[in-house]
Design a protein around this ligand. Structure first.
Ligand SMILES: *[C@@H]1O[C@H](CO)[C@@H](O)[C@H](O)[C@H]1NC(C)=O
Ligand SMILES: *[C@@H]1O[C@H](CO)[C@@H](O)[C@H](O)[C@H]1NC(C)=O
Ligand SMILES: *[C@@H]1O[C@H](CO)[C@@H](O)[C@H](O)[C@H]1NC(C)=O
Ligand SMILES: *[C@@H]1O[C@H](CO)[C@@H](O)[C@H](O)[C@H]1NC(C)=O
Length: 446
């Protein structure tokens, strides 16, 4: 009988009923019952035993089914269960089986379990599956990702046959490839976000990041660390991958939302965020300040650990000059005195100051780089004006503390400071608070 592997990349495999086996077996009575979970397969010993070493061993210690006199073999723990066993059995009978990216792991692991090796018969299923994996599945970008996802359900079998590692290698190899050589399909929905002059039909260097956002966080982490280990991908593109992943996986990452009340979800999101923070490439240019601030905002609302927030504050401090006022409007945890978290902004300014000082020391040159300080001064002036307008509980001391932190920074003009103070006073008088302010406070402000 001839054996044929039909490859359908998109269909979900086929499940023929047991009737098929009965049908092919009409000429010859079945002599063995293979029980997988709660499914009984009435089959013939000869085709099965000639290809499966494990079934050979099991038949030696078998019991007999009282009703039919057939030998009974139980394999409750075969990976992939009845559907995978069915494909293996059909292979033994020389029938055509349908393999694709969705069932290849199950069948490969089941063949391993049944010990369908070359030592029993040449051209056996394990070998055929290896050929199929090497020559088709792992060569395809999207199939490699699908296969990697399915390996999770087949631990430890899929690990034993190194399927997870091979998928990771295949994916990392493709991600690091020169985009000019990418000739397979990939998901890219961000082209419209690009400025028109960059919007041509050539393959962008970050072509691979959206498809990886389909992966669970543990697999995503493994893929990204494999890509980094192999090299050949710029840290900025890794940063891009993290940003796309976060936007897809963290609810309210793009927009602020307060309704995360399911405790289990919150725990999951928290651990996801903490993992993403641990994956940030150390290169300063790898991620934008806006992305870091979004991570920080989420880590505040999901109550992540102190360590992650510290790390994020440090990273933001490195490049605070790139932020805009909207980035700094970070919601405070609920139940606090203020709607916005002003302390966190204070921390960020402190980080910026510390790191600028450190950089200046390292630089040794007396030529202090004033442009980033000037940008931060402008940013904070704008922030103070805005926060005065929208935060009704902003205390005078807080306002002054923050204003003072940037008071020595160089400025092209002091308009921003005056606008902030003006706004603060307007709001205060609107709230009729100004009369209660002490003389000293008024003097300090002016
Ligand atoms: C499949 O690829 C792996 C790793 O590259 C190799 O070790 C193995 O021999 C290949 N198997 C077949 C049947 O081509
Ligand atoms: C297409 O745009 C990329 C930048 O996104 C640029 O590097 C590349 O040279 C452009 N290709 C052509 C043919 O204009
Ligand atoms: C302002 O602070 C007071 C307590 O000092 C608090 O009761 C009130 O809810 C706060 N207002 C807002 C808008 O947070
Ligand atoms: C100051 O820093 C900016 C950006 O951080 C850079 O473009 C500029 O060249 C630097 N100037 C000096 C004098 O180092």
């Amino acid at each position: 009988m001839s054996f044929k592997i039909l490859v359908h990349m998109v269909c979900f495999g086929i499940l023929l009923s047991l009737a098929v086996f009965r049908y092919v077996a009409t000429e010859l009575a079945t002599d063995v019952v293979v029980i997988v979970g709660d499914v009984k397969f009435h089959l013939h010993k000869f085709p099965l035993l000639s290809k499966s070493a494990r079934l050979q061993k099991l038949i030696a210690t078998t019991t007999t089914d009282e009703q039919s006199d057939d030998d009974e073999i139980r394999i409750p723990d075969i990976p992939g269960g009845p559907p995978a066993f069915e494909i293996c059995a059909k292979f033994c009978y020389g029938m055509a089986v349908t393999l694709n990216a969705y069932n290849v792991v199950a069948v490969r692991c089941a063949a391993e379990y049944l010990e369908m090796y070359e030592s029993i018969e040449s051209g056996n299923l394990v070998y055929k599956m290896e050929v199929f994996l090497n020559s088709s599945v792992l060569r395809s970008w999207k199939d490699s990702i699908i296969v990697l996802q399915t390996t999770r359900s087949f631990y430890p079998w899929s690990e034993d046959v190194k399927l997870d590692v091979r998928c990771l290698e295949s994916i990392a190899l493709k991600a690091a490839m020169d985009p000019a050589r990418v000739d397979w399909s990939y998901t890219y929905n961000r082209r419209k976000l690009l400025p028109p002059e960059m919007n041509n039909n050539s393959v962008p260097r970050d072509w691979w990041v959206e498809d990886l956002a389909e992966l669970s966080i543990d697999l995503f982490k493994r893929v990204v660390s494999t890509i980094r280990r192999k090299g050949g991908v710029l840290p900025e593109v890794i940063g891009e991958a993290l940003e796309v992943y976060a936007a897809k996986r963290i609810p309210g990452f793009m927009i602020q939302n307060d309704d995360n009340d399911d405790e289990e979800d919150v725990m999951e999101q928290r651990s996801l965020l903490e993992t993403l923070v641990s994956m940030l490439p150390s290169e300063k240019q790898s991620v934008s300040c806006g992305f870091l601030i979004k991570l920080l905002k989420s880590s505040v609302s999901f109550e992540c650990g102190e360590e992650e927030r510290k790390e994020l504050s440090r990273r933001i401090g490195e490049k605070l000059e790139e932020a805009n006022v909207g980035d700094l409007l970070i919601r405070a945890p609920e139940g606090g005195e203020t709607v916005y978290d002003i302390d966190i902004v204070e921390t960020l300014i402190d980080e910026f100051v510390t790191q600028t000082e450190k950089r200046d020391e390292l630089d040794c040159s007396d030529d202090i780089n004033d442009s980033s300080k000037a940008n931060v001064a402008k940013l904070i002036d704008g922030y103070l004006a805005e926060i005065s307008r929208i935060e009704t509980n902003l205390s005078t001391t807080k306002f002054i503390t923050i204003a003072e932190k940037v008071s020595t920074f160089p400025r092209q003009s002091h308009d921003g400071v005056y606008r902030a103070i003006d706004m603060f006073l307007k709001v205060m008088s609107a709230l009729k608070c100004i009369g209660f302010m002490s003389f000293e406070t008024k003097v300090l402000i002016f």
